[in-house]
Design a protein. Structure first.
Length: 431
C-alpha cells in the first residue's frame, strides 16, 4: 500500500469553517441517503430507524477508532438475503433477523479481540498489492450495475431519467475539474441540486410524501422489551437467527477491503493505525446497536469513500457532523420526506462517478506497487478475482452463500498464499 501522505484539501484532523463544513457534511448525507433507506424499504423496516442508526452507528465507530478514520456507516446490503429469509420463516416477525444481526456484531468484536492479540503484521502477508488492487476494483465495479440501473441506462429506462443522470454527472464532473476554491470540494452537492431541479422540471419528482409527512416524527424504534412508547420484539435464538451468522465472514472481508480503499485514498494505513481491531469493534458495536433498536445492520459506505476520493476532504469532523445531521433528519418528517423524493436517476448520475473513482484507486494500487504482470501468478490471482467478483459467481452452502467482493477476496488471499513467487514463472512473450 502507498503510505505516502497525499495532499488533502482538509485532512483527517482538520476542521473546516462552519459554513463550509456544514455543506460538506450535507454532501455526505445525500451521498449515503439513497442506499441507506433502500435496505429498510426492501426488508420492511422503518426508514426513520435506519437513518437514525446510520448516524448513531457512525458516531459509535468514530469513538471506537479515536476519531482517526473518516468512515460513514449506512445500511448494509449484505444481510438482505439472510434477514429476508429469517423474517419470512417467522411470518413477518423480525425477532430472528434482529437477534442474528446482534450476534453478528458480537462476532465482529470477538474477531477484533483476536486481531488485537495477534497483531497486524499478517495483513501485509494476506493482502499484498496484487490482492488489494483487484479487490478495490471489484468493490467499485460491482456497484456499477446499480449506478447504471438507477441512471436509467437500461432497456426500460426513459429519456427523462437518462437526461437527469447525464446532467447530474456532468455537473459533478465539471465542478470537480474546473471548480475553484470551496466550490471544487462540493461537486456532489451542486450536482445533486442541479439534477434535482432538472428532474423536477421534467416531472420526475413526486412531492406527495412531503405534504403527507408530519413536521416532527420520532423514529419507530422496536426494542426487545415492552415500553410505553415503542413496539417490542423478543430475542430469538432459533436456526433462522443462527443462519445469519456466516454473513459475518462476508462483511468482515468487505470491511477490510473498504478500509484498504480508504487508506489508499487518504495515504494512511487505517488497518494498522488506529488498527483493524478498533475499526472492527466500531463496525460491530454499531451493527449490534442498530439491530437492538430495530434497524438493519451497518457497514462502511463506498459512496462516502468516493466523495472523499474526489473532493480530497477526509476531515473526520465533516463525517461526524453528517452523522449528527442524519440523526436530526430522522426526527424531521417533512425534511426526510423531501430528501426521499430525490429520483433514482439523480443518485445514479452521481454514483457513476463515485463508483468509478473507487475502481480507479484499485488500478492506482497496482501501478504504484509496480505489480509485475509478466509473472503468471499475478495474472492468475488478478484474473480469478476480477472474473469471480464481477461475473456474479456465488458459492452456496445451505442458506449461507459467498459472492461478489467477499468471494473474490477469499479466492485472492488463498491463491496468493498457495502460488509460489518464483520470478522465473513468467509469460512467454514470444507466443
Amino acid at each position: 500500500m502507498n503510505t505516502k501522505q497525499l495532499r488533502m484539501n482538509f485532512d483527517i484532523e482538520d476542521t473546516p469553517p462552519f459554513a463550509e463544513g456544514l455543506l460538506l457534511s450535507f454532501q455526505h448525507v445525500f451521498a449515503m441517503f439513497g442506499a441507506t433507506i433502500l435496505v429498510p424499504l426492501i426488508l420492511g423496516l422503518p426508514v426513520s430507524v435506519a437513518l437514525f442508526c446510520s448516524g448513531l452507528g457512525t458516531l459509535i465507530y468514530h469513538f471506537a477508532t479515536k476519531h482517526q478514520v473518516p468512515v460513514y456507516l449506512g445500511s448494509s446490503f449484505a444481510f438482505i438475503g439472510a434477514m429476508s429469509y429469517a423474517i419470512k420463516q417467522l411470518g413477518g416477525d423480525i425477532s430472528a433477523a434482529q437477534t442474528g444481526v446482534i450476534l453478528t456484531g458480537v462476532i465482529y468484536v470477538l474477531v477484533a479481540l483476536l486481531v488485537k492479540a495477534l497483531g497486524t503484521g499478517w495483513i501485509d502477508r494476506l493482502l499484498p498489492p496484487i490482492v488489494i488492487g483487484p479487490m478495490i476494483i471489484v468493490i467499485g465495479l460491482s456497484l456499477s450495475s446499480s449506478a447504471v440501473s438507477n441512471a436509467g441506462f437500461t432497456a426500460d429506462g426513459t429519456w427523462q431519467e437518462m437526461l437527469v443522470a447525464i446532467v447530474t454527472f456532468l455537473i459533478c464532473a465539471f465542478v470537480n475539474v474546473y471548480g475553484r476554491g470551496f466550490i471544487r470540494v462540493i461537486p456532489f452537492l451542486i450536482g445533486l441540486i442541479g439534477g434535482y431541479l432538472t428532474a423536477a422540471c421534467l416531472g420526475l419528482v413526486d412531492f406527495t410524501p412531503v405534504h403527507e409527512a408530519a413536521w416532527f416524527q420520532f423514529p419507530e424504534f422496536q426494542l426487545p422489551f415492552q415500553t410505553p412508547f415503542f413496539d417490542n420484539y423478543r430475542f430469538y435464538f432459533g436456526p433462522e437467527a443462527i443462519a445469519i451468522l456466516p454473513v459475518a465472514l462476508v462483511t468482515i472481508s468487505e470491511h477490510i477491503g473498504d478500509h484498504t480503499v480508504l487508506s489508499e485514498i487518504c495515504g494512511r494505513e487505517f488497518l494498522k493505525k488506529p488498527g483493524l481491531h478498533r475499526t472492527l469493534i466500531g463496525d460491530g458495536v454499531a451493527t449490534a446497536v442498530s439491530a437492538f433498536l430495530g434497524g438493519p445492520a451497518n457497514t462502511t459506505y463506498g459512496e462516502n469513500t468516493g466523495v472523499i476520493g474526489l473532493t480530497r476532504v477526509s476531515s473526520v469532523s465533516v463525517i461526524r457532523n453528517a452523522a449528527i445531521i442524519a440523526i436530526i433528519l430522522s426526527c424531521l418528517g417533512k425534511f426526510t420526506a423531501l430528501i426521499s423524493t430525490i429520483p433514482a436517476s439523480v443518485l445514479g448520475g452521481m454514483s457513476i462517478l463515485l463508483y468509478g473513482v473507487i475502481a480507479s484507486n484499485g488500478l492506482k494500487v497496482l501501478i504504484e506497487a509496480r505489480v509485475n504482470f509478466n509473472q503468471v501468478r499475478n495474472l492468475v490471482i488478478a484474473s480469478a478475482m476480477l472474473v469471480l467478483g464481477l461475473g456474479g459467481a456465488i458459492l452456496q452452502v445451505g442458506v449461507f452463500s459467498l459472492s461478489g467482493t467477499a468471494l473474490a477476496a477469499i479466492v485472492g488471499v488463498c491463491l496468493n498464499l498457495a502460488l509460489p513467487e518464483f520470478k522465473d514463472l513468467k509469460i512467454n512473450s514470444d507466443r
